[in-house]
Design a protein around this ligand. Structure first.
Ligand SMILES: O=c1[nH]c(=O)n([C@H]2C[C@H](O)[C@@H](COP(=O)(O)O)O2)cc1CO
Ligand SMILES: [Zn+2]
Length: 162
């Protein structure tokens, strides 16, 4: 019998944990989203969270959800976590990789996921599952043969001291 530790975290807990940790960098006051892209052999390739593009300061661009003028809401400016994770990648190809996301990807992110060759999505929350954007997303992802796997939460609380 080997003397290894038994309470180490699983691959799924590890990668969803990294996605959750990435989400903690988000400045969005209402929804913080994180993503972690992983190779088929379980190496982390990239990470992302929702935020404004480089050069668009968090303190001058709007974080409002609602307003008479959409120009002054966050939706025109925030880059989604999944797209940021894809765009942050500095390696070669993402073909055949998996993406762990804390929230199910929208239709725009689905297009990017399909086109860069990600083959599996492991998602935690699906709070916008009834919206047309997420229904359209699932329509495209299923048609393109991307595997959609709900994350099975273990309920384990991971504590990190920083
Ligand atoms: O897949 C997603 N990924 C992602 O990063 N987001 C971001 C965009 C916004 O900053 C925020 C959503 O804000 P709200 O829940 O207030 O509408 O989450 C939103 C979605 C929607 O599914
Ligand atoms: Zn999106």
């Amino acid at each position: 019998m080997s003397g290894k530790r038994q309470d180490y975290i699983s691959w799924d807990e590890y990668f969803m944990g990294v996605a959750e940790l990435s989400a903690m960098r988000s400045k969005d006051p209402s929804t913080q989203v994180g993503a972690c892209i992983v190779s088929q052999d379980n190496k982390i390739l990239s990470m992302g969270y929702n935020g404004f593009p480089k050069g668009c300061p968090d303190d001058t661009f709007p974080w409002e959800r609602e307003g008479d003028d959409p120009y002054e809401t966050k939706y025109f400016y925030s880059t989604h976590s999944e797209l940021n994770a894809i765009l942050n990648y500095r390696g070669g190809s993402l073909e055949g990789s998996k993406i762990y996301v804390t929230l199910f990807p929208c239709n725009e992110c689905a297009k990017a996921i399909i086109q860069c060759g990600i083959k599996t999505i492991i998602y935690a929350d699906d709070k916008y599952g009834d919206t047309a954007a997420v229904r359209a997303s699932k329509r495209m992802l299923r048609s393109a043969g991307v595997e959609l796997k709900p994350y099975k939460a273990t309920g384990r609380k991971l504590e990190v001291k920083v």
